[in-house]
Design a protein around this ligand. Structure first.
Ligand SMILES: NC(=O)c1ccc[n+]([C@@H]2O[C@H](COP(=O)([O-])OP(=O)(O)OC[C@H]3O[C@@H](n4cnc5c(N)ncnc54)[C@H](OP(=O)(O)O)[C@@H]3O)[C@@H](O)[C@H]2O)c1
Length: 327
């Protein structure tokens, strides 16, 4: 089969190669899928660079989420059958950016019927992360104000939709006019172009000085630091990621003085600590899809040959929603 491989660490355009590799085989408790679509995520880029918390042995195939069709079952797999359309994360060294991938049967879910292959591929990480972040960690309540950084990006676009579905008032911060239009189309009540406006001032203005109850921050750096200036009394700042490349330092005396919480989120930990909670989240999220309240924003569907260039564009902050590769 054909698969992209990282053979040394670095920038995607320098270190990724599309190679002919042996077809993988499923072990006990695993399934083999033919990849129908795989979404590009920031962690794919960070893994290429060797800067992610997960560091697979070289060579490996990136692509942390996919929609695939089961073509073979390993020993002991009874939950799924050949031909099922499923979503989830593949088992390294296979990945979504290849024609075939291996997945753990315990860690795959039926693809929601209302989503096509590309949308289903972009449904797993984004919405699971948003669900655990907003509901389990930040305890977002209806009527609260949610501030989402990178609101037209991958996890950000999902957080905007989930915030609206939960009855929150959503403020989206984006870089540029194209992304501002996308955030409005996603349902954000207020959209701030960070290149044109100071989001702290706007958040204070539209909340009557109170600030945001929950901040969803996949960016870090200044986005985090400035969020502490417009977080509400008893607000929660969710630490989702550091797409800016800067890991900020928290000033704890400031958190004490203003009574806000800094809440860490590592969604994938729930896969081992509380696997049932992922199944419950999948059921709730699938119901939201069926009700028309959430839908992955897939801005581009590209051939497998475009993976290296697509990941480079993600690193440049050039992508709206998700890029999805369709082999
Ligand atoms: N905690 C978890 O469990 C979890 C799970 C999944 C993902 N994540 C993290 O969430 C973050 C976002 O992932 P994603 O795949 O959804 O990416 P993404 O949001 O689609 O892309 C990153 C966005 O960050 C913004 N940005 C601001 N400064 C940037 C810079 N210097 N370089 C690049 N982008 C910059 C850009 O949006 P604007 O221009 O609009 O600001 C860009 O579109 C990553 O750090 C990822 O590791 C965490």
């Amino acid at each position: 089969m054909k698969a992209w491989q990282v053979t040394q660490l670095g920038e995607p355009l320098d270190v990724l190669a599309l190679n002919e590799v042996p077809d993988p085989e499923p072990g006990p408790g695993q399934v083999l899928v033919r990849v129908r679509a795989a979404a590009a995520n920031f962690p794919d880029l960070l893994m290429c660079r060797g800067l992610y918390q997960v560091r697979p042995e070289l060579p490996f195939t990136p692509g942390i989420e996919l929609c695939g069709e089961i073509v073979a079952l390993g020993d002991g797999v009874t939950r799924f059958g050949v031909g099922d359309r499923v979503i989830g994360g593949p088992v390294q060294p296979t990945g979504g950016f290849g024609e075939l991938a291996v997945m753990r049967a315990e860690a795959i879910w039926p693809a929601p019927a209302g989503l096509d292959d590309a949308e289903a591929a972009a449904f797993f990480v984004t919405y699971q992360t948003g669900w655990f972040g907003l509901h389990r960690r930040a305890q977002l309540k209806a009527g609260e104000t949610l501030l989402v950084h990178a609101a037209a990006g991958g996890v950000g676009s999902g957080a905007v939709q989930l915030g609206k579905a939960a009855g929150a008032r959503v403020i989206g911060v984006v870089g540029g006019q194209r992304k501002a239009e996308a955030a409005r189309a996603l349902g954000a009540d207020v959209v701030i172009d960070r290149r044109e406006q100071d989001f702290v001032e706007v958040v204070k203005e539209v909340t009557g000085g109170r600030g945001a109850d929950v901040v969803y921050d996949p960016v870090g750096g200044e986005a985090y630091a400035r969020s502490t200036k417009c977080i509400a009394f008893e607000g929660r700042i969710l630490i989702v990621g550091f797409a800016s490349g800067q890991i900020p330092t928290a000033t704890l005396n400031h958190a004490l003085i203003k009574n806000y919480s800094i809440v860490g989120l590592h969604w994938n930990l729930y896969a081992t600590r509380d696997p049932q909670s992922l199944r419950d989240a999948h059921a709730q999220l699938s119901a939201l899809v069926a009700d028309g309240l959430i839908r992955p924003l897939v801005s581009e569907r590209l051939p497998l040959a475009d993976v290296a260039g697509g990941l480079a564009r993600l690193g440049d902050g050039d992508v709206i929603g998700r890029l999805v590769f369709v082999p």
